[in-house]
Design a protein around this ligand. Sequence first.
Ligand code: CIR
Length: 255
Amino acid sequence: FDFNRAIARTPGETVIHGLRAGDQPDPSFEGVLREHAAYLAALRSAGVEVTLLPALPEFPDSMFVEDPALVFPEGAILLRPGAPSREHEAAHLAPELNSHFAEVLDLPEGHADGGDVLLTPGGRVFIGLSARTDAAGAAALIRQLDRLGYKGEIAHTPPGTLHLKTASSLIDEETILATEALAASGVFNGFRVLTVPAGEEGGANVLRANAHLLTGNRYPRTLEMLDRFGAKLIPLEVEQISRIDAGLTCMSLRW
Ligand code: CIR
């Protein structure tokens, strides 16, 4: 979670048609823009230099740049997201990633979304199998991670959860915040695991950025727990992006 560079993408007007698993209403475009702008400001206040790419209205979900790619100090991986409407988003990130990284790998087979990939200190990387990330994609990703010096391992995303990181986040060197359902699977044994209170499952997606912790602002008991934990909190409005199943980690690529 120590990084000083990030890539994000401006939302296009089509974001209001973004994918969602439930029957939530469309977000408002102005609301998404406002939440996105506050998110970028929070990253910048955490000491991060953000490159903002132009909107790609032909891809409604393209502001969620962490699904079609992964970045590490050692290199980047262009992925193949599992939703058909998102499958070709990676090509639009390639030029930017090539300008920053000497090594830009791809996903030779299968499908994988970056939202299913949780990097932990020491180079252990959890890859959640989900409706978006299949076994072939996860296996191919493990091979590519190995080339960059990381050790991938398979986890199972709880049913009804979009991505592994919808239900879990790294908050410091040894602590993972997770939903009860994911923590109970035992996947994070060996880490300290904080579970979000029942009814605040959406609060499990937070973004540690250097000394700051970006969180949703509508999970009061989670905020109280994290506050006691000693992180410097930046609570952000997530009402509109939540309508299209998005969290805080997916709106940037960070290294
Ligand atoms: C999608 O369903 O793909 C988008 N509407 C939301 C993606 C959010 N990505 C993430 O949590 N990693």
